[in-house]
Design a protein around this ligand. Structure first.
Ligand code: ING
Length: 313
């Protein structure tokens, strides 16, 4: 009996500083309903889906920064999304800024959750690969302060049995690091879903937009093929108070082929009926980990963080 999971990537257009969480949640609910009307049972929203991409702003007052965080999930603003999803029997992925009171202290993470079709939170992930910088770059056209506003995720890359398959999560920059997907594939992940906020320009060097979009697709397509898994990436897109984020939300099959992609940089739902068994032949042949991987040759991957070149002669 084939296991299909009709999945939607619910790309979110710009969220401006002046936009309320309630107005954003209303947009998410509209897209959830659209996806459900297309027969979807799982919707992938984006990274930091409730507010503008605030790491682009230099803020010194912690209370100002904390305005962008959620102290509870669901909270008053997000409860309507959970209620509607449960009513429709649709599971979802949601990215948000998490304020966590844990281990006797206050911690802040770039977080995503997986909510099953009964409305229960199945799992949580906290972003491991935080891009950008800690200090203010006054000469830059915008900041990228994820390393300042978030702690490195402390939950690893777990996977969960839910929605008829084995699903994993990651967030944005994580998709550029092959270790992310391999760790989840080694736990049997058949689908990994993620949201992203990717600026249309690079603050470090002049890079054409087509190249940035190529790197985005390359990362996700390679991950899908090399691990025999579905990969779904959902953008926050468009100009947020003048700052551009690229779109390119897409659903990638375990073959590495893009089977659906967004056309706009606004709220847009793309859909595909994912056969969760499609990756089986890849995982049984070319990427049969048990048969072909040689971990005795891979030690440096976990023993060494940065590059140590050979000594000069
Ligand atoms: N954004 C970007 C991303 O990884 C980035 C940051 C862009 C890093 C381009 C390197 C190159 O897509 C987030 N939020 O991680």
């Amino acid at each position: 009996m084939p296991r299909y999971l009709k999945t939607a990537a619910a790309q979110l257009g710009p969220i401006h500083l002046a936009d309320s969480r309630a107005s954003v949640v209303a947009r998410l609910i509209d897209m959830l309903r659209d996806a459900h009307a297309s027969g979807c049972r799982f919707v992938v929203f984006t990274e930091l889906a409730l507010t503008t991409f605030f790491p682009r702003y230099w803020m010194e007052d912690q209370a100002e920064v904390d305005r962008f965080f959620e102290a509870s999930m669901p909270g008053p603003d997000t409860r309507p999304l959970f209620d509607e999803a449960k009513r429709l029997g649709v599971g979802f992925y949601l990215g948000y800024a998490e304020l966590a009171e844990e281990d006797g202290g206050t911690h802040r993470y770039n977080t995503s959750i997986l909510v099953d079709q009964d409305g229960g939170i199945v799992g949580k992930y906290r972003k491991v690969h935080l891009p950008g910088h800690v200090d203010h770059l006054p000469e830059a056209p915008f900041q990228h302060l994820e390393k300042r506003y978030f702690e490195v995720g402390n939950l690893g890359f777990p996977v969960w049995r839910t929605m008829g398959g084995v699903l994993g999560m990651c967030i944005c920059n994580d998709r550029r690091w092959p270790e992310t997907f391999r760790v989840m594939a080694l736990q049997g992940a058949e689908m990994v879903v993620l949201g992203y906020n990717t600026p249309t320009t690079n603050i470090y060097h002049d890079e054409p937009l087509h190249l940035r979009m190529f790197h985005h697709r390359l990362s996700m397509q390679a991950a899908a093929y090399q691990n025999g898994m579905w990969v779904v990436g959902t953008a926050k897109a468009g100009k947020e108070d003048g700052h551009g984020l690229y779109g390119g939300s897409c659903i990638v099959a375990p073959t590495g082929e893009i089977v659906a992609q967004a056309l706009t940089e606004d709220d847009e739902v793309i859909v595909f009926d994912c056969d969760l068994d499609l990756g089986d032949y890849i995982r049984r042949t070319v990427f049969n980990f048990d048969k072909h991987r040689r971990i005795e040759a891979y030690g440096l991957i976990t023993e060494r963080t940065g590059v140590i070149p050979p000594p000069t002669r």
